[in-house]
Design a binder for this molecule. Structure first.
Ligand SMILES: Cc1cc2nc3c(=O)[nH]c(=O)nc-3n(C[C@H](O)[C@H](O)[C@H](O)COP(=O)(O)O)c2cc1C
Ligand SMILES: [Mn+2]
Length: 475
């Protein structure tokens, strides 16, 4: 595991190199280069230096974990694992007993190399990008981490929620309703108090990963979970104007408070979202920044949303597939593979099962449609047999084309857990506050009640293959 983001970048440099871009403008150019690079199959890590109008050394890094190899490097998995193999590796890692390891407080750390408070605070000191053409402004926080303390229970939550810069000392944090960070800040506001907050913009990869996973439950600090993953406690220092614990090796930290909604609201967004479309702007409470801490020559970590952006967040479709597989294993027998389609902005889930009883396939589809990890905005669930590799799109299309009779193999269910960023949400539903969407459940597998009579697939048996190989007719 890594000491900080710099050690990770150095390791990537030794392993495969990275793309250095000098002289790009924070205004759209960093974003455009990031998105173009993201679409390349072997997408490199990109480091931006000498950003237009900024001091050399004030850097932005993007596309940190886009390839399976860099994802594996960051999470301590086999570097050569790909596709379903990587899903399996991650699945067995998170199946272990989690032994939480709390952080340790140290006297100081690199994050305190530069400290500015009060009038010295200037958020424009850093080259925060405007990522997409229709975005409402500049975002210092995309690959960031928001630190808060639950006022009643005392534990620390970390969550990745985007941060827009509005003024020298004013920012906003966008937290979707129901996020742990949102629940915590409401507890302060209900008491009429502002919510203390610290935001890191650039931090050690494993720690950042934990702040992006909805599978870590309420009440469990992502710091402690990261300690378990790293097998070493995270080192923290005390904040300057809050008493929040801050990672000692973070690059940039913004400390301050989110004021209650009645005190000050600011229009946030619009912002290009992970489904591949722009979301709406909306008023959110102001984040008043009272102190900025940063390392010498700080690096902002950027992870801007786009239809492929999950790749940069540790190939999120792979991690989410492993998480769904674990969930299904608790209830449904015979699951042989789970795959979330990155190309479909992770809205299509494919599950292969060895059918064992009547209704087994439909049960699997219904279960997959409901879990946290796959239910939110997941639009289609496809069940295939165990001779189909769910991560192989041509296999899946073959199953869809040949084992699915729309009249009897498909259901739609409405009223499901959706989001304001759903591009298919009609203006009418939006105005009524009805954010639900519908899902299709597709059984692209042999009908169980006549499975034995189903036409045998044209394949080559292992014996025949061996024979023609032995005779050197093929390699
Ligand atoms: C790159 C990235 C950006 C994200 N941005 C946001 C965001 O702006 N707002 C939000 O509510 N969730 C966002 N999320 C999702 C949350 O980080 C995720 O649900 C996490 O589990 C939240 O932590 P919590 O469970 O402690 O609330 C983002 C996730 C990733 C990977
Ligand atoms: Mn949490």
């Amino acid at each position: 595991m890594f000491y900080d983001i710099r050690e990770f970048i150095q390791r990537v440099e030794e392993l495969e190199g990275y793309k250095l871009v000098e002289g790009a403008d924070w205004d759209l150019e960093i974003g455009a280069v990031t998105d173009v690079q993201l679409a390349i199959p072997d997408s490199p890590l990109v480091l931006f230096d000498k950003v237009k109008g900024y001091k050399a050394g004030y850097r932005v890094v993007t596309n940190m974990f886009t390839t399976p190899r860099r994802t594996a490097l960051a999470l301590g998995l086999p570097l050569e694992a790909r596709g379903l193999e990587l899903v399996r590796a991650w699945r067995s890692r998170i199946k272990e007993d989690v032994k939480l390891i709390p952080p340790v407080q140290v006297g100081t750390g690199p994050v305190k190399e530069n400290i500015r408070t009060g009038d010295e605070v200037d958020l424009f000191e850093f080259p925060s990008p405007k990522w997409h053409e229709l975005d409402g402004g500049r975002y210092i926080g995309t690959g960031c981490m928001v630190i808060q303390r639950d006022p009643d229970e005392g534990w620390i939550n970390l969550g990745t929620y985007r941060v827009q810069v509005h003024d020298k000392t004013v920012a906003t944090v966008y937290m979707a309703p129901g996020r742990h960070g949102d629940i915590i800040r409401r507890k302060y506001w209900d008491k009429g108090q502002p919510c203390p907050v610290a935001v890191t913009c650039g931090q050690e990869p494993t720690l950042w990963a934990t702040s992006t996973w909805p599978s870590i439950p309420w009440g469990v600090s992502e710091y402690d979970y990261a300690g378990w993953l790293r097998n070493r406690p995270v080192e923290v220092v005390k904040g300057v104007v809050t008493d929040l614990p801050i990672p000692a090796t973070a690059e940039i930290v913004l400390e301050g408070e989110m004021v209650p909604p009645e005190v000050e609201m600011i229009e946030e967004g619009p912002f290009g979202e992970w489904l591949g479309y722009y979301g709406y702007s909306r008023p959110v409470p102001a984040f008043r920044v009272k102190a900025v801490l940063h390392r010498n020559n700080p690096i902002i970590m950027g992870s801007p949303p786009s239809k492929l952006s999950g790749r940069a967040a540790f190939n999120r479709h792979i991690l989410m597939s492993a998480m769904l597989w674990n969930e299904l294993d608790r209830q449904v027998p015979g699951v042989k593979g789970v795959w979330s389609m990155q190309e479909a902005a992770t809205s299509i889930w494919i599950i292969s099962i060895q059918q064992q009883y009547a209704g087994h396939a439909k049960q699997t589809a219904l279960a997959a449609a409901g879990f946290n990890v796959s239910g939110y905005m997941g639009r289609h669930v496809i069940i295939v047999d165990d001779d189909i590799d769910p991560s192989n799109i041509s296999d899946v299309l073959w199953a869809l084309g040949t084992r699915c009779d729309p009249e009897t193999s498909m259901d739609t269910i409405g009223g499901c857990w959706g989001s304001l960023i759903d591009p298919m949400l009609s203006p009418d539903k939006k105005s009524r506050g009805d954010l639900t969407h519908s899902k299709s459940l597709i059984l692209a597998c042999k009908p169980y009640h006549w499975i034995k009579e189903f036409a045998p697939p044209v394949t080559i048996s292992p014996e025949l293959l061996r024979r023609v190989k032995e005779k050197k007719f093929i390699d």
